[in-house]
Design a protein around this ligand. Sequence first.
Ligand code: ZN
Length: 150
Amino acid sequence: MALRQIRLFDDEILRKKCKVVEEVNDKIKLILNDMAETMYNTENGGGLAAPQVGLLLRLVVVDMGEGLIKLVNPRIIDKEGTQEVIEGCLSIPNTWGKLIRPGKVTVKALDENGEEFILTATGELAKCLCHEIDHLDGILFTDLVTEYIK
Ligand code: ZN
């Protein structure tokens, strides 16, 4: 495994749309492991999306304190309600803001073995999944902020 360099906000790659992963092979498994290692190497990162390490692939890792989840081609298939959240981003250091996210999301994805799974999340995990999946379409949380926090 290896640490990958986290791309920062002025990097164009963060604004690009990521490609669907056609085959969950060893290369993809390696990238997911590197992404997890890179996320755990940060001070408070709860999630990381592939474009943040310079790869235009639909891959996400999250860990909001309840264990690591690796997602290949994640898609939000259902959302319910709203919640006001505070977010930051490893690609936009020292910036936090309030925004509105769904209160509950259902996400469909493949795991690192290419098996489909469905995950329903609320609270912080729902927020994190929305944030990371947005990255796959070039959307940053600052696009959605209603109020910055000093
Ligand atoms: Zn982010």
